[in-house]
Design a protein around this ligand. Structure first.
Ligand code: SF4
Length: 72
């Protein structure tokens, strides 16, 4: 049903596709962080806090190469 209560969301980045553009970090720095050494974005949380789920969805939709996967 997807209602509140223990329904954790995870995010994954396909680092082979990521261009390191930084858009996801701009959109949701609580979840995404650019790794400047590797020039790819990293997910810095295990599970996305509920208040950032929408931001993560937005980041996934905005990613120019579509390499962010939001897993419900
Ligand atoms: S928006 Fe997409 S391509 Fe840009 S840094 Fe984030 S994951 Fe990589």
């Amino acid at each position: 049903m997807g209602e509140e209560g223990g329904n954790s969301v995870k995010v994954r980045i396909d680092e082979d596709l990521c261009t390191g553009c930084g858009l996801c970090e701009d959109t949701c720095p609580e979840v995404f962080e650019l790794d400047l050494d590797e020039d790819v974005a990293k997910v810095i949380v295990d599970e996305v806090p509920e208040e950032y789920e929408q931001d993560c969805q937005d980041a996934a939709e905005s990613c120019p190469v579509g390499c962010i996967e939001v897993i419900d």
